[in-house]
Design a protein around this ligand. Sequence first.
Ligand code: AMP
Length: 279
Amino acid sequence: MHIAETGSALREILKNAPRPVVLVPTMGAFHPGHLSLMRRAREIAGPDGTVVVSIFVNPIQFDRASDLAAYPRPMASDLAACESAGVDLAFTPAADSMYFADRSVTVSETLLSRGLCGAARPGHFDGVCTVVLKLFLLTGCDASVFGEKDFQQLAVIRRMVRDLDVPVEIIPCPTIREADGLAMSSRNSRLTPEQRADAPRIRRALLAAAGLTSPAEIIASATASIEASPLSRIDYLSLVDAETLQPVTSLDRPSVLATAVFYGEVRLIDHVSIPKTSA
Ligand code: AMP
């Protein structure tokens, strides 16, 4: 496996790399969810194509300095995981090699990124779009793999690719969960044992509410189930159109029930899809 620490080193290694080049953008601290994306990338690349994994804790997508500082960075074990997943190239840039100190251009998505995580985290999706477009340009990838866990991120990236004619195929991957249903996340390791034991209620609350028949009932039920815990605090809980991510008041289109929940300082997200149930 090659390792590149700068954009120019990356370009040099990829100059004659066999196609397709398939990119998995990550912030590291790998768990089985990330490994499933790498496996999918290998399937798409085939035995002869090139799988690139970027490991970069992108400072411009964090709105809280404490969250950025606390983000785990187990680089040695991450590189070992890439190696054993059959990754061809790991890209591990430092922040100052990705961004000029006086950078002044940002990619901004202005509709899908307004609500949900975007409302609570101003500038987050600008940071995501900017780094993802830079990674696409640096690698010249043909395809890139994203987890459905971050479904708003996936929708925003798809919109960026559509609106800017970016020649990269976006490949979604299903959410990988712990045995008790909690979506795997690098942040789960920051939960106390008590918080960790409580956190699967998020998934249970969403699934139970998804079976109800009106948006008001769905939101009330999920809110009550999550708020029943004294350990957690809802950041947002919304029922939105699956494509536009705008709030819905009827179930006549596929929609998504999405939430972000704080356990102390740790913010967890999850969602369930709700198929169209009425005309
Ligand atoms: P991260 O490094 O956590 O920002 O995520 C890198 C990629 O892994 C993103 O495309 C995420 O959506 C994806 N991902 C994170 N957690 C999971 C999970 N539990 N299942 C599937 N994909 C995931």
